[in-house]
Design a protein around this ligand. Structure first.
Ligand SMILES: NC(=O)c1ccc[n+]([C@@H]2O[C@H](COP(=O)([O-])OP(=O)(O)OC[C@H]3O[C@@H](n4cnc5c(N)ncnc54)[C@H](O)[C@@H]3O)[C@@H](O)[C@H]2O)c1
Ligand SMILES: O=P(O)(O)OC[C@@H](O)[C@@H](O)[C@H](O)[C@H](O)CO
Length: 490
């Protein structure tokens, strides 16, 4: 194992030993390393130009924090290469563009030394704590929008607030220490795919604090900023082939590189009372109101991924580009976007939404990144309520069309049974399977009656009827024929 990915011409041009932690990031996975850490790396490279204000940029180094047992792998991989790693952009024409990213300069696996994490989070030099802990990681009930106070992590951290185990427990304890020491609170920046990710992070942190210290909860509510943002870059999971390819193409030995598409976007609410890096210098759009951008991205891109994932898997496909390149699946996704999703969006400053949709299809058909449908659709239980069902609800309220959305729910429920239309197995999250099985056994609304996901949609006569019609049509016609008919229906 080499100490750093070994291509000096790709390596960071700045003085890495001089980096100090300004950002603590919880949940260092592929996406954080392809996106936020890449922007900070750009900033550090930018600042290292002759005469550039490098010293201020190097204050924004990232210390990664892992909370889950699986994060020991990231701890070890990064530690073995001085916390650098290779980021490879895979272009649709097969070109690869690699850079060695150096902005993450340290990583703490919290269970190894919780105090080290808390001390760092409470230090005045830490001005941002950012998160990519997945949608499910926020512990929010989709139906009510409330924090789930009954989960074991929340209960533990409320009973032992000085010995936290969850992201929110750590943030609360660090805030308590900062407040006691008179240190300005850091900004909490969620970078997960959630509508109102800052607002949701605020709910999680304030609710966790309220379970043990209501007064602290009030202080956090009043003093801590939780900017919302829209984040975008398709980042598949790294495969053993990616690692081998890097070795054979560039001679780089990297324990855990990242591959992603060339496209990247970050639209960030400018609300950082404790200060922030000059992100606008490296392509981040700093705005006052993120809502139109985030609705556009989640309800078009991520909803399309759900469409590609659930239909594609039912048809026995494996990859995102395979589904996006299939004429029937692509036509269905376009029809859903154009008929049901686009009419419910807000105008987005400077963006032509029809062009945005065209660009999405160019991105989805990028075969080089080999993104799997399993990654796109495995988390249907968190993806569908955030990316697809809000469009269905808005259309129900506005008297708009819901048939394509309801058909996707039906396709999803059939996929959850774990077998595609060829009789081959589909990997699925097991917790929904009993409901899909009850649906198969004749309890036709069992799947949509799951309030955690569907809220009260099963009680909506129009949704229920349309869903049941689509379920019946799918069973009798099969996915491809039903998709074609739906697209032709106009
Ligand atoms: N991959 C993408 O294309 C992409 C693009 C935009 C946004 N995102 C957002 O980033 C998130 C992570 O994606 P990724 O590709 O990096 O996934 P990943 O599986 O590579 O990494 C996820 C990280 O989150 C941590 N984590 C998960 N649940 C947690 C919890 N409850 N508490 C603390 N840590 C937790 C994991 O330990 C891991 O470090 C997504 O869920 C999404 O919200 C991803
Ligand atoms: O990561 P999830 O589960 O929120 O959603 C799966 C994909 O839609 C998502 O990761 C996209 O690739 C990403 O949001 C692109 O920016």
């Amino acid at each position: 194992m080499t100490a750093t990915p070994n291509r000096s011409d790709l390596a960071p041009s700045y003085d890495r030993p001089a980096i100090t932690t300004g950002i603590v990031h919880i949940g260092v996975g592929g996406f954080h390393r392809a996106h936020q850490a890449m922007y900070v790396d750009r900033l550090m490279r930018d600042g290292s130009a002759p005469g550039g204000p490098q010293e201020t940029r190097l204050d924004w180094g990232i210390c990664g924090v892992g909370l889950l047992p699986g994060d020991t792998r990231m701890r070890d991989a990064l530690a073995s290469q001085d916390h650098t790693y290779t980021l490879t952009l895979k272009h649709p024409d097969g070109r690869h563009e690699s850079t060695v990213i150096g902005s993450i300069h340290d990583f703490l696996f919290a269970p190894d030394d919780p105090e080290a994490v808390l001390s760092l989070m409470a230090a005045p030099t830490t001005r941002i704590v950012s998160l990519t802990v997945t949608e499910g990681g926020y512990n929010i009930d989709d139906a009510t929008g409330a924090f789930r106070t009954e989960t074991p992590g929340a209960v533990h951290d409320a009973a032992h607030p000085r010995e936290p185990t969850t992201a929110f427990g750590y943030i609360v304890e660090a805030m308590r220490r900062r407040r006691a020491a008179g240190i300005t609170p850091f900004t909490v920046m969620s970078c997960d795919n959630l509508p109102g990710n800052g607002r949701i992070a605020r709910t999680a942190v304030v609710s966790q604090a309220a379970m043990s210290d209501p007064e602290l909860a009030g202080w956090i509510e009043e003093h801590v900023a939780f900017p919302n943002c829209m984040v975008d870059r398709i980042t598949p999971q790294t495969t053993p082939e990616d690692i081998a390819e890097l070795r054979s193409d560039l001679g780089i030995q990297d324990a855990w590189p990242v591959v992603c598409e060339p496209f990247t976007q970050w639209v960030l609410e400018d609300d950082f009372p404790a200060g922030r890096p000059p992100f606008e210098r490296v392509g981040v759009q700093m705005v006052e109101d993120v809502v139109p951008y985030e609705l556009m991205k989640l309800r078009l891109l991520n909803a399309s991924h759900q469409g590609l994932g659930h239909w594609g898997r039912l048809l026995g496909m494996t990859y995102g580009h395979e589904a996006a390149g299939d004429a029937d699946v692509a036509a269905w996704v376009r029809a859903f976007l154009e008929r049901e999703a686009l009419p419910r969006l807000l105008p987005v400053p400077g963006i032509d939404l029809a062009e945005y949709v065209d660009t999405l299809f160019e991105r989805f058909t990028n075969a080089s990144i080999a993104d799997t449908l399993e990654r796109l659709a495995f988390f249907g239980p968190s993806g569908m309520p955030k990316f697809v069902l809000p469009t269905v609800r808005d259309n129900l309220a506005a008297g708009g069309p819901i048939r394509l959305g309801a058909a996707l729910c039906a396709a999803w429920s059939l996929g959850v049974l774990g077998t595609d239309e060829n009789g081959d197995p589909i990997p699925v999250a097991d917790d929904l399977r009993p409901l899909a099985e009850r649906q198969e056994a004749g309890d036709e609304t069992a799947f949509i009656a799951n309030e955690e996901i569907f809220g009260d949609l099963a009680e909506n006569e129009r949704f229920r009827t349309t869903y049941l019609e689509e379920l019946a049509a799918l069973r009798s016609q099969g996915a491809r024929a039903r998709m074609r008919e739906l697209v032709a229906e106009a």
